[in-house]
Ligand binder design. Structure first.
Ligand SMILES: C[S@@+](CC[C@H](N)C(=O)[O-])C[C@H]1O[C@@H](n2cnc3c(N)ncnc32)[C@H](O)[C@@H]1O
Length: 387
């Protein structure tokens, strides 16, 4: 019979050995908080094309504990409503809530530099497991957590109660923060945002930290760690690659309609200087989102089987279409913004600067803009203004 306490100790040891778990209080929290409590009614296991539901009550108890203390992200909801107990067998769907893999959860909590007495606002409660780890150290009154999905929030609240925390679990759009319990010393978001909402900065004490994933593509996103300054702005850097499901209010809707109709009228056509395929890599994808905020990258196949790539900015009615001939790519651009000109300029400057990694990117957030820059490459500066 598997012993949950020993599973928790193994998990903690694995996280220490990986170099992500450092603080002794956090180790104590990982060794104490029952992750399996937060996975009810069950999880969906990734089987490639489908998701296999496994429920807490239906699974063999040993198997269930092995799943609960695995190092994987465990999907708990698909398509904004479906839970494992409602699925009769393997299903297709898009994950909309999960218990993030423990290494990411612990790594982010470590990055918060928490001290006893800190007040924390968490955006994206999900299962509540990460909330519980922080409550274990800070106490339930010092942690507020906001979840946009009412049913997800209710399950998290019940799980938190079950492990002994009457946490302030709020159902709301976390992009608004939670002004009623502000100010906070730390804000942590476990869903990705296109821009850090200024509300989070406004609700954070001077010298406090805001930690969240920026970007709107499924890859090429970065973990921003900002310190709130005395002038009402926050400054910091991207501390590493990070991948989270998008905040629901900002989730990018898939492009509707015919791609060739979207790219019918080009204003220019030329050979590319950089292959558009680099946008499938993490750092170039991150740069593309800075250079062309609002643009989406689309992969498709032409009628003759040839690969097609696009950048579309639906709001600004602009596109770049990439056509391949052998090894060389041509770009057709249309609309008021020459998307590829902007992206390619950044990619060339970045390559000329020695292709610095994502943690070289600095970020300053003001009420009206996000300013990004890379110190080693003075020409690499971007401003995403709220107009
Ligand atoms: C990756 S899960 C959270 C993981 C969680 N911290 C854990 O480890 O259990 C992301 C959660 O963010 C929630 N979410 C998405 N958009 C949100 C928003 N605008 N405000 C608050 N929560 C949001 C989703 O419903 C989902 O439950």
């Amino acid at each position: 019979m598997t012993d949950p306490a020993s599973e928790r100790r193994h998990l903690a040891t694995a996280l220490v050995n990986k170099g992500v778990l450092k603080a002794s209080w956090l180790r104590a929290a990982v060794e104490t908080v029952s992750r399996e409590q937060f996975l009810r009614p069950g999880v969906f296991l990734d089987e490639g094309r489908t998701w296999r539901p496994v429920t807490a009550d239906g699974a063999n108890p040993d198997d269930w504990l092995k799943i609960a203390y695995s190092v994987d992200t465990l999907t708990t909801q698909l398509d904004g409503h479906l839970t494992a107990d409602q699925a009769g067998g393997p299903v297709v769907g898009v994950p909309t809530s999960s218990s993030t893999d423990p290494a990411t959860v612990v790594g982010m909590i470590e990055a918060l530099d928490l001290s006893a007495g800190h007040r924390v606002l968490e955006i994206g409660t999900g299962t509540g497991y990460s909330t519980a780890l922080m409550c274990h150290y800070l106490g339930e009154d010092n942690v507020a957590t906001v979840e946009v999905d009412a049913q997800v929030a209710a399950r998290a609240d019940a799980a938190l109660e079950a492990v002994g925390f009457s946490t302030w679990t709020v159902t709301d759009d976390g992009l608004l923060g939670h002004p009623y319990r502000a100010p906070y010393d730390r804000v942590i978001a476990t869903c990705a945002v296109r821009r850090i909402p200024y509300a989070w900065i406004r609700q954070t004490n001077l010298g406090g930290i805001v930690l969240g994933t920026v970007g709107s593509w499924p890859w090429g996103t970065g973990l921003a760690k900002l310190t709130v300054g005395d002038d009402g702005t926050a400054e910091g850097r991207i501390v590493g690659r990070s991948s989270f499901m998008q905040a629901r209010a900002q989730a990018v809707a898939p492009l509707a309609g015919d791609l060739s109709a979207r790219s019918a009228y080009a204003d220019s056509e030329r050979r590319v200087l950089v292959s558009p395929l680099v946008l499938e890599e993490w750092m170039p994808a991150f740069l593309a989102q800075l250079a062309a905020p609002g643009a989406q990258f689309v992969r498709a196949t032409g009628g003759d089987g040839s690969p097609l790539r696009y950048l579309f900015d639906p709001e600004r009615e602009s596109f770049a279409e990439f056509l391949v001939d052998g090894e060389s790519w041509t770009v057709r651009q249309g609309g008021p913004v020459a998307l590829w000109d902007d992206v390619e300029r950044s990619l060339v400057a970045w390559q000329d600067a020695g292709a610095p990694e994502i943690d070289c990117v600095r970020l300053r957030v003001t009420p009206a803009s996000h300013q990004y820059w890379i110190d080693q490459a003075p020409s690499l500066r971007w401003e995403d203004r709220i107009t």
